[in-house]
Design a protein around this ligand. Structure first.
Ligand code: NAD
Ligand code: MG
Length: 391
């Protein structure tokens, strides 16, 4: 495969052992001359992290779980690869000089390392939507202050980013986020009430980590993406909308005031938006199947059903409420999804838990990273308390 527009680009991946990490490294593997790996991180899978660090000749490997440092050292002994463990090591991985940092840790656990990468003022490719949802203005302010380029990897936001290129957002009439609707899009409430974790993670179109798969099933993923879009593309909440598009071919759209709608289409393969960020502002070849629209035949769209899937309504309300609301929503969702995945909570109670935690009242508006972390911590405690009776 030839790649003549990108060469010698140095790259760090936070969350290298996950689904986005694997897709990113697959592209790097196919374009070894174009990229140099600086730092890789994982949470607890030492064997996987060590294997990737050796394969790609990383400078530094960091494992989130501090207790696993001896195991990581043993697994990388003789390789010359520096090792670290715990929160400080994740931040070191984010801070090591690199042209591009891929932020692909799942959940608010990725917030501090993502902020550390942003504060270096380089280019950050953002998959870790929970970090932006929680930190909101604190993160976007840091992006401006440090002159950081934030490239969205989330397929919808990457699509919007591409559709906005060269246009003034002042001319935008609508930004439409598309949603697959998840595996339960045609299920009734009773059936959803009995949904199992195995059913929830079996997404019809995308292969992803467990947490985002459950978020897709509740449509909280689209709720979080609505908040993410509101921060990334400042056109105002009234210009953002969601359409269910079960085929996941149109990844999002921008309609301008002259009546032109620009959309980005592609296969349901995260390597497409990841490649767009890795090569930005150039383009690189991917192994993804070309889009065969004649074969696909039909693309359909419908309005979301916020009675069966109230998550997108909660997210819109959190944007309007402002302050700590989005951070509280995200934290409650993380706790509830974990409880569901471990078999302790019915599927339909996930979003109910978020609603209950938000109804407890909101803490003050976070002004800095420490404030966001404090709000996140407090909301997690509240979520645990809310869930107590159902355990
Ligand atoms: P995943 O669960 O497959 O991988 C998560 C990564 O984060 C792993 O490397 C894991 O080791 C690491 N991690 C988990 N908990 C951690 C902790 N406490 N401390 C440090 N590291 C930790 O998740 P994923 O599907 O790759 O998703 C990653 C992020 O990208 C999420 O925010 C998700 O919403 C977003 N995203 C994913 C997809 C997708 O297709 N998978 C698409 C769009 C956006
Ligand atoms: Mg997405």
């Amino acid at each position: 495969m030839s790649l003549d527009t990108v060469s010698g680009r140095s790259l760090s991946i936070l969350g290298a052992t996950g689904s986005i990490g694997a897709s990113t490294l697959d592209l790097v593997r196919r374009n070894r001359d174009a990229f140099r790996i600086v730092a890789l991180t994982g949470h607890s899978n030492v064997a996987a992290l060590a294997a990737l660090a050796r394969e790609f000749g990383a400078e530094f490997a960091a494992i989130g779980d501090e207790a696993l440092l001896p195991d990581l050292r043993a697994a990388l002994s003789g390789s010359g690869i520096a090792t670290g463990a715990g929160a400080g090591a994740l931040i070191e991985a984010a801070q090591r000089p690199a042209d591009l940092v891929v932020a692909a840790i799942v959940g608010c656990a990725g917030l501090a390392p993502t902020m550390a990468a942003i504060e270096q003022g380089r280019t950050v490719a953002l998959a870790n939507k929970e970090a932006l949802v929680s930190a909101g203005a604190v993160m976007t302010r840091a992006v401006t202050q440090h002159g950081t380029t934030l490239l969205p990897i989330d397929s919808e936001h990457n699509a919007i980013f591409q559709c906005l290129a060269g246009n003034d957002p002042v001319h935008v009439r609508w930004i439409t986020l598309t949603a697959s609707g998840g595996p339960f899009r045609d299920w009734n409430a009773a059936r959803m009430g009995a949904a199992t974790p195995a059913e929830a993670v079996r997404h019809p179109n995308w292969s992803m980590g467990a947490k985002i798969s459950v978020d897709s099933a509740t449509m909280m993923n689209k709720g979080l993406e609505f908040i993410e879009a509101w921060h990334l593309f400042p056109v105002g909440v009234e210009r953002l909308r969601i359409l269910v598009h079960p085929q996941s071919i149109v990844h999002s759209m921008v309609e301008y005031r002259d009546g032109s709608t620009l959309a980005q289409l592609g296969p349901s393969d995260m390597r497409v938006p990841i490649a767009s960020a890795l090569a930005w502002p150039a383009r690189m070849t991917t192994p993804c199947e070309p889009l065969d629209l004649a074969e696909i035949g039909t693309l359909t769209f419908r309005h979301p059903d916020e009675v069966r899937f109230p998550a997108t309504r909660l997210a819109r309300e959190a944007v309007i409420a402002g302050g700590a609301a989005a951070a509280v929503l995200n934290a409650a969702n993380e706790i509830a999804v974990a409880a569901f995945l471990s078999g302790h909570l019915p599927f339909t109670s996930i979003v109910q838990c978020c609603q209950d935690v938000l109804a407890c009242g909101l803490p003050g508006s976070p002004q800095c990273l420490d404030d966001v972390i404090a709000v996140d911590r407090e909301a997690r405690v509240r979520a645990h308390e809310t869930l107590m009776p159902s355990r």
